[in-house]
Design a protein. Sequence first.
Length: 694
Amino acid sequence: MPITVTGDVAHLATEHSSYVIELAGSVRLLHWDDAVADDDLAMLSAHPPRPTGLASASLAPSGHTEIVGYGGLDLRSPSFAAEFADGTRSVDLAVAGHRVSGDELIVELTDRVYPLSVQLHYRVRADCDVIERWLVARNTGETDDISLRSCLSADVALPEAGTRVSYLHGAWGGETRLDAVPLPSGRFELDGRGGYTSHRARPWFALDDGHATETAGAVWSASLAWTGSWRLAVERGGDGALHAGIGMHDLDFDYRLSPGESLQTPRVALLYSAAGFGDSSRRWHDYARRHLLRKLPPRPVLYNSWEATAFDVSLDGQTELARRAARIGVELFVVDDGWFVGRTSDHAGLGDWRPDQQKLPGGLDPLISRVRELGMSFGLWVEPEMVNADSELYREHPDWVYHFPTRPRSERRHQLVLNLARDDVADFVYSTLDGLLRAHDISFIKWDFNRPIADAGWPDEPHGNPQRLWVGHVENLYSILERLRAAYPDVLIEACAGGGGRIDLGMIGRTDQVWISDNTDPYDRVELQYGYSQAYPPETMVSWVTDEVSHINGRSSSLEYRFHVSMAGVLGIGADLTGWTEQDFTTAAGLVAQYKDWREIIQHGRQYRIGTVPATDGVRAVQYVADDGARSIIFLYAHGRSFGENSVRVMPAGLDPDRSYRCNGGCFSGRLLAAHGIDLPVRGDTASTAVTLD
Ligand code: DGJ
């Protein structure tokens, strides 16, 4: 049993860790660390962790509570705040009971005065050392509304020794850069606003004592499954105690619960690893694989036309690209933006999801037939939550976008955001996609989202509570994705948001792969992929091989290097194939064939960010090992090599020490390879090598 409750103490046990809470009055975390035995629980409860910092700073016995309600003398940043009908703006919650149901523990808290119940939910994902947490707030009264002003998914106490936080930050073109900073006294905060996950940060962080490495040391991390505005804050009080709140953003948040109504927050997954950042990442990959992603065969090699043609889509142009893509072994041909009426630029067309008959005479079907005849399946780009002011949809339904009647409707990329929280808009979006999938032989959808929500008004919201949109938009997005998946189980969906604006576990759980950045320069991409791998698995990470000279920064790189970078996840091609030489086609066909041979291991094996000698900034190596340890693939990327720097030694990981592996012309034991490494040749500016060990 992953959950045992002894007296007031609940023990949530995963394979390698224990999460122990006390349910007496308030809910307090006693231990989240290496596994403890049930015999230790009484000791933990008798000697709960106490802050070791300035005692005078502890104004209230706040300690390690699992929810920080706003009210009373607890002055920490709250994770939960409410206002009652009589104007009282404080909550006073006490444990009212608990129940265990399989791998789930539900702790019920009720307000001491008002009809408010808050259930803390814990689900144990023992096989990957994850505890999922979320809460359900319910108005149990009969007459008055309760306004929720803050409703995070969880607050969690962290070890005081935690002094460094690692996180993924960035901007458009650089979405998943890994950074690590010393934790300040006070607050470290990350967020995403505008109703989407954002380009500037991912809802994930990892904490360690400043000494954890890729292969050793305790790492506590958290990842939120939410595609709307979110925030997380790690806060250290003057008393030294450290805690983190994570969940839906409370900026402009006001969710009114009418009598009998409830709000369920998104899930946050908490993961503890005693064995460094690499182990932590592999557990995150396992968590996504086992509990969020669909069980699929390896994702197909795709071609995407965006960088080759932009809005200049035509039947002949796309057919020519498809012919060339088929020659190198592409399996899925995706037509990006520009295929629908009015879409000659980003000024018009969004919302009118009918093929442009001038660009595609006869609609989509003639193109789809040609793609199918070439032996590939067909995919299509859509951006269903958006509308251009210059569109039939907007002229017909100007009230369908978020807006305040007295303010200008701000446009980004000439587009406005449809109010997906409205059920009529959600019906329109579902029926549009259902119509496309029903009418055509489409195997793949790329779902884009190119601007944030702004002017977040909803004049006729039926509850008189327009701020519900922050929750309602994402709930309807999720429900559309889930309905589509149920109705069209063979259709793959790729999540995209103007590059990597929607990278989070909520989206990963409802789609099949993610476009992580519009930055397709392979050199930059190595760093983005390195960051992505910290928290998300390789089979969700799409990467395209694009033109020799990157459109984003003008850097040139070899075709082989571009392939080696894109082969480290789901391989895509996005280059203008009409400019390729015969030699390019031969090289590409060979590399695509190699990828197909390797992809089962790349997409479903264990991933290691391995060490190199020398270990310098310009060198990265990533390794994939089949689950049975029989085969492994290593990609080495090295940059700016100087005279005499002709090779790099990589230090393989995860091999079976007693097995023999063929590599570099010899046959060596896993033990020897791990101890001595393998010298791989790499010369030049942007250089790479890929090898197999089998
Ligand atoms: C942004 C995406 O990230 C690109 O890949 C492309 O689909 C464009 N949108 C199309 O408008």
